[in-house]
Design a protein. Structure first.
Length: 446
């Protein structure tokens, strides 16, 4: 939520003026809608105010965002709406008819989505907006910030909206021309979904095995010891080391498990505290994660594809280089990568691009090698984005696909196999110990 200071007046009675009125709204588009709902107009320029939210305000906003709206943002739904809208525009439908036709891509059971499309049509019919982007921006719950920024940029762009959203190109020209917002966004989302799917299964399997080990050590081992002691005295028996370790770990976990749990929560709490309060610690943790074997390749691939996808889309809409960085940099959560982009951002107005992309330290580069190679190659001394960058972006995106298909797509499988082996060894070690003592105790007692 933002705060704006505006001067509003009643168009039916120009003497009725309210100066320096402070109104809270999510965006300027929604601010204008709030003012017009009260039959007023904005007289002077809009001034955005910065204010510190109290904890109570943050709690209220959280409940408002999560429980007071009938629709939660869904990237798949957004892309479906935009794809259908773009297809309809290419079939020469009017903007309103194209927007209305997007309902046909959702079944009647998807009533919430269809109702929100109806709201967009109602806003369109009011005819107060300057550009179709205002219609999308008026419903921030339905569309991502990336898309709304792109639509606002398209107000003064030469490229048509349907091309920005979804550029219709044949398969054999796929990487000769930059694809549109829908195709590239779906490509990035598919990559992230594949990573989550491949890694989540072994992680959950490991957590299950680890839980099984804890149950064995804390419940089953003490029960067996007590049961065996009723058959015969086993305190003087000497078994394999595997059983001795099993008993020792079980007794240690039983005696100090609570303290270990408390220490674990304190440790995680301390890490979370320093992570949120100390930028140096946060950056050091990011660098550590990004330099982990195998993990670094996955991170640089994902964020290279995401950043370059947006650069390609914004470049196609004739966005300035300065504006591209303004939009893209905040979307990267990892501090080292953000610093890397900010460095390029600060230098872009004073050096030719070739110098910029070669000047950054190689030890601090976290995007793929092709990112620097292609952008430096397609540089020019006048420091302007030219048509050659379309080819550069296409080559980088093509390279990320090849990296994924040829090698990196197998990395999550390697991580999964490693986690699976560790979990298997844990459960095998302790269950084997229990079986050893169980069998030998029964034999000795006989």
């Amino acid at each position: 939520m933002k705060a704006y200071r505006v001067t509003v007046f009643n168009p039916k009675d120009t003497t009725e003026i309210y100066e320096n009125t402070i109104i809270k709204a999510k965006s300027e588009i929604l601010l204008k809608e709030i003012v017009r709902e009260k039959w007023y107009e904005i007289k002077w320029n809009i001034h955005e105010m910065k204010f510190e939210e109290t904890k109570l305000d943050k709690i209220k906003n959280w409940f408002s965002d999560n429980f007071s709206t009938s629709y939660r943002f869904n990237p798949d739904n957004e892309l479906t709406i935009l794809s259908a809208f773009s297809d309809a525009l290419r079939r020469w439908l009017s903007e309103r008819d194209a927007l209305g036709s997007t309902k046909c891509d959702f079944g009647r059971s998807s009533s919430l989505i269809r109702k929100n499309i109806d709201k967009l049509l109602d806003i369109y019919d009011k005819a107060w907006f300057d550009h179709i982007s205002d219609v999308f921006a008026s419903s921030e719950d339905m569309f991502s910030e990336n898309f709304i920024s792109l639509m606002e940029q398209s107000k003064n762009a030469e490229v048509k909206i349907d091309k920005i959203i979804s550029n219709p190109i044949s398969e054999n020209e796929k990487w000769e021309k930059i694809e549109g917002y829908v195709e590239l966004t779906r490509s990035v989302n598919h990559l992230l979904w594949e990573l989550k799917r491949k890694i989540s299964k072994p992680v959950f399997w490991f957590l299950g095995m680890f839980s099984a080990v804890l149950i064995i050590l804390l419940l089953l081992v003490p029960f067996l010891l007590e049961w065996f002691s009723k058959i015969r005295d086993i305190s003087q028996d000497s078994y394999f080391y595997i059983w001795e370790i099993t008993i020792a770990v079980s007794r240690f976990a039983s005696s100090y498990g609570l303290y270990i749990l408390i220490a674990l929560f304190v440790g995680l709490g301390a890490i979370a505290f320093f992570y949120t309060k100390n930028d140096a610690f946060k950056e050091a943790l990011h660098k550590y994660i990004m330099r982990m074997y195998i993990v670094w390749d996955i991170i640089e691939l994902v964020y290279t594809k995401k950043v370059v996808s947006l650069m390609a889309i914004y470049n196609e809409s004739k966005m300035s280089w300065e504006k591209i960085f303004t939009v893209v940099v905040p979307l990267v959560p990892l501090i080292p990568m953000k610093k890397e982009l900010e460095y390029l951002w600060t230098k872009v107005g004073s050096y030719d691009f070739d110098t910029i992309f070669k000047s950054y330290s190689e030890d601090e580069r976290y995007f793929t090698e092709m990112f620097y190679l292609q952008l430096a190659k397609e540089s020019n001394s006048s420091a302007k984005i030219t048509g050659r960058y379309k080819s550069a972006f296409a080559n980088i995106l093509s390279n990320t696909d090849r990296l994924w298909n040829q090698s990196i797509r197998h990395y999550p499988d390697k991580i999964g196999r490693f986690i699976t082996v560790i979990g298997f060894l844990l459960i095998w070690f302790f269950t084997t110990g229990i079986m050893v003592i169980f069998l030998l105790t029964i034999l000795n007692s006989v």
